[in-house]
Design a protein around this ligand. Structure first.
Ligand code: ZN
Length: 245
């Protein structure tokens, strides 16, 4: 009788520790794990190491002229702090919305200038994409950008090296309901509520590559996700607060 046991690759074993979702960004993480080894865990954050029911909700690709203010209203209503990873080209158009984020106690992070997939880029391009947005973020009173999120979750050792040289820490996530694929409010809610654990970093999207994107499913889902997770005892923190524990 042949054994059903298949010898797991190093990547396979590592993925067991992350999430069994063999999707592109996870594969990218896995490929990076394979190349960079365990040290990678010291260089990027997927999740905070805590047993306490503390989590961070993060929003990518904004600011967006319509959906971001709606999300900010909802966060105000539930008295929840969040972290927004902003795209520089959108920030130039919606500086006022970013100021509102910071004055409401939310954190803002760097998501490149043009949402460029950095693993395909030259060193100079990677540096420019991060620095251009860094300057825009630092023009907002009270903002202290510390965290960088690579577009589409793709990164390489070169990207991590440059991010760190520029004083940033790379943050990905452990809970991603794929809201930009518009799976419907219910799926977004279920995926987040079922997968969130102590220390989780949740990613949702308030913006997109163009200003025409529709984030109404994300907004509707969020209005259920927040009370559901609060009922389970979770406390929402900014990334700085979550990761400083
Ligand atoms: Zn993005």
């Amino acid at each position: 009788m042949g054994s059903n046991k298949t010898k797991k690759t190093k990547v396979g074993k590592m993925l067991d520790n992350v999430r069994p979702q063999l999707l592109l960004s996870d594969l990218s993480h896995a490929a990076s794990l394979e190349r960079l080894g365990p040290k990678l865990f010291e260089r990027i954050y997927w999740r905070a190491l805590t047993d306490e029911p503390k989590i961070a909700v993060t929003f990518d690709d904004g600011p967006h002229g319509i959906s971001t203010p709606q999300i900010l209203d909802l966060l105000d209503k539930f008295k929840v702090s969040a972290t927004f990873f902003l795209v520089g080209k959108h920030l130039e158009r919606h500086h006022k919305i970013a100021r509102r984020m910071v004055s409401a106690g939310h954190e803002i992070g760097n998501h490149t200038y043009s949402h460029s997939l950095l693993y395909l880029s030259t060193k100079k391009r990677i540096r420019d994409e991060i620095c251009r947005t860094d300057t825009l973020l630092r023009n907002i009173d009270g903002a202290e950008p510390k965290f960088f999120r690579p577009p589409a979750g793709f990164f390489t050792k070169q990207v991590l090296d440059i991010v760190e040289q520029l004083g940033y820490k790379t943050v990905v996530r452990d809970v991603y309901p794929r809201d930009p694929h518009l799976p419907g409010k219910k799926k977004i809610v279920d995926r987040v509520v079922q997968r969130t654990v102590a220390g989780s970093i949740i990613i949702l999207h308030d913006g997109g590559n163009t200003q025409r994107v529709d984030r109404s499913q994300t907004l509707e889902a969020l209005s259920e996700i927040i009370p559901s997770l609060k009922n389970k005892g979770f406390e929402f923190l900014t990334l700085s607060a979550l990761l400083s524990n």
